[in-house]
Design a protein around this ligand. Sequence first.
Ligand SMILES: O=C(O)C(=O)Cc1ccccc1
Length: 315
Amino acid sequence: MPATYAYLGPEGTFTEVALRTLPETATRELLPMVSVPAALDAVRAGEAEAAFVPIENSVEGGITTTLDELVSGEPLMIYREVLLSITFALLVRPGTRLEDVKTVTAHPAAQAQVRNWMKAHLPDALWESAASNADGARLVQEGRYDAAFAGEFAAARYGLVPLETGIHDADNAQTRFVLVGRPARPAAPTGADKTSVVIWQRDDHPGGLRDLLGEFAVRGVNLMLLQSRPTGEGIGNYCFAIDAEGHISERRVAESLMGLKRSCLKVRYLGSYPRADITDAASDALPSPLSGTTDAEFVAAAEWVARCQDGRFPD
Ligand SMILES: O=C(O)C(=O)Cc1ccccc1
């Protein structure tokens, strides 16, 4: 297996900046790809050990291309996540003034983060989506658009200059990126982990979603993401991508997944990995398990049932 990480390129994406925060990239070849599907296909084809792609941002929600790739096709697994705070620069060819900007481009997920700024400063400019923010910068270099929203750091790479920096409609806008590889044993639990799954329900019935969420609720498992995605099999047919607090090695998480496995048509496990928002398992921000949902309590309850089954007269 090549020691290569594919990522959403070209060079100069926020994805690349986030990827380089992972220490192991010092010993990996980093391979820029033209799209999220291309990056993930490199993993499926065995050309890359893993791929690094954006999956969610705090303003617009899920990056649907990434979710759809993980939901379908040959199964992949999330190994790690990285959070990056994002502000944009408006990059132009040297000499371009704001009043010259008639066409603008960037990744679709950028649009929601610069919409108000555009309304105020470029109300008549035409927006067209690019495959990534750095690809938008490359297209400006080629003369296809007048300006691109991208990271300020991408300017030099594409011979552009920032006309404006620090552009962000929402303060603290963050994007979440994931390192995705082939199915493998999940990383050991750290005490501050997250588990991702995709769920297809067996049938359409009143309270179906409540039943699904109840599998987590009754075991005290908090959810961090719930995103519905169309299955492609007609209006009203959806599957659900869910991020839950905790690691599959924890009983309350494993038992929630068993509940889903019994009651749902299909469950795709996408991995358990350390949370990027809380790195210290002793942090106050990490709530302690609800009473009755610790591993010790699950074990004690299973022993009690075993005693009953054996006729060992439990209390
Ligand atoms: O990494 C990039 O530059 C991307 O194009 C993906 C993206 C889009 C919007 C915000 C952060 C990352």
